[in-house]
Design a binder for this molecule. Structure first.
Ligand SMILES: [Zn+2]
Length: 82
């Protein structure tokens, strides 16, 4: 599983590095061409022309190991009617 640990871009027009640190943190660069949003939950970018023309992506990811365990059946204990 891939986890976002940094959601950031650098604008190629004004040179600003902007980072979204939480899911509702919408940040726009100094010249207004690029924006980031989504924090560590998802990556959202706004730009004018194209990602290649407008910004350098500085996002970082971490690979998280996941294990699958069986779930305990909470309904296993049934009420007995007298
Ligand atoms: Zn800019």
């Amino acid at each position: 599983m891939r986890k976002i640990i940094r959601n950031a871009i650098q604008c190629k027009h004004c040179g600003d590095t902007i980072e979204s640190v939480n899911v509702h943190d919408y940040v726009t660069c100094g010249c207004g061409v690029c924006s980031v949003d989504g924090g560590h939950d998802y990556l959202r970018r706004s730009y004018k022309t194209s990602p290649e023309a407008d910004y350098i992506d500085l996002s970082e990811y971490a690979d998280i190991a996941t294990c699958t365990y069986g779930e305990f059946d909470k309904d296993n204990l049934k009420l007995k009617k007298g």
